[in-house]
Design a protein around this ligand. Structure first.
Ligand SMILES: Nc1ncnc2c1ncn2[C@@H]1O[C@H](COP(=O)(O)OP(=O)(O)OP(=O)(O)O)[C@@H](O)[C@H]1O
Length: 236
């Protein structure tokens, strides 16, 4: 976990794509903890995330952003290098950033995500859930204050998805996390702040009251998720 508190993280303005407005004027400020971004397909969620991360996109932000120097990224595909071992994969981004990776720390992180003893394995010997755990350890290795997650759990089976949500929640404690998801249950479980991007507008959604992450057996979670899904469908 970073020693210093999370600095102000904010993005505001308008997003345009090929001369048309993709997202109307908005102002999104992030604090420590989980913020979830929901919305129909094509509404611009990944584009917003890519603009925040400074990754290539044909869209433009007409506005301002304030982000920390180190940003962690985790997506649906684990972007594992097949010729590198699990340990080498965990340390790869640090190497590419020109820093000398701390191997002992990488091994500790693999243990933290439940992969003790897997450091010498190659990615093709791992299950999808295990590969996402490696991706989680790799993201943790960067000590980023801002973590951007683009549907990292969506391809997992329900049991592994729930486990990964809880593991990531625990491991990213103290950082600002922005999670793009299609899943209202996931957003309500994890999000202290929830936003819905639909019809070019970014709107705030009421989170569930009480401590996050909410237990899957919490009856108010199922009810709120059903209501939110109905709202999203109504706006599509
Ligand atoms: N490389 C690209 N070139 C041109 N248009 C693009 C490109 N990437 C995305 N778009 C367009 O930008 C818009 C927003 O896409 P984006 O991927 O941000 O949506 P999304 O809300 O994340 O969708 P999904 O939930 O399906 O991933 C869409 O109309 C999409 O077709």
């Amino acid at each position: 976990m970073p020693d210093s508190p999370v600095p102000n993280i904010e993005v505001s303005g308008t997003i345009t794509l090929e001369g048309r407005v993709l997202v109307d004027a908005f102002d999104l400020a992030l604090e420590a903890g989980w913020t979830c971004l929901l919305g129909p397909s094509g509404s611009g969620k990944s584009t917003l995330l890519r603009l925040l991360a400074g990754l290539a996109t044909p869209a433009r932000l007409l506005g301002q952003k304030a982000v920390p120097e180190r940003i962690g990224w985790m997506a649906q595909t684990d972007l594992m290098q097949p010729r590198l071992t699990v340990l080498q994969n965990v340390m790869l981004l640090e190497k590419l950033a020109g820093r000398r990776p701390d191997q002992a720390r990488a091994i500790d992180l693999l243990a933290d995500v439940g992969l003790q003893g897997y450091q010498g394995s190659y990615p093709d010997k791992l299950s999808g859930g295990q590969r996402q755990r490696v991706a989680l350890a790799r993201t943790l290795m960067s000590d980023a204050e801002l973590i951007l997650l683009d549907e990292p759990f969506s391809s997992l089976d329900p049991v592994n998805r729930a486990l990964m949500q809880e593991l990531a929640y625990q491991q990213f404690a103290g950082r600002a996390v922005l999670l793009v998801t299609h899943d209202p249950t996931e957003a309500l479980r994890l999000g202290r702040n929830i936003w819905l991007l639909s019809n070019r507008k970014l709107k705030k959604i009421n989170p569930l009251s009480g401590e996050t992450p909410h237990g899957l057996s919490d009856p108010s979670l199922a009810l709120a998720a059903a209501e939110l899904l109905t709202q999203i469908r109504g706006e599509t």
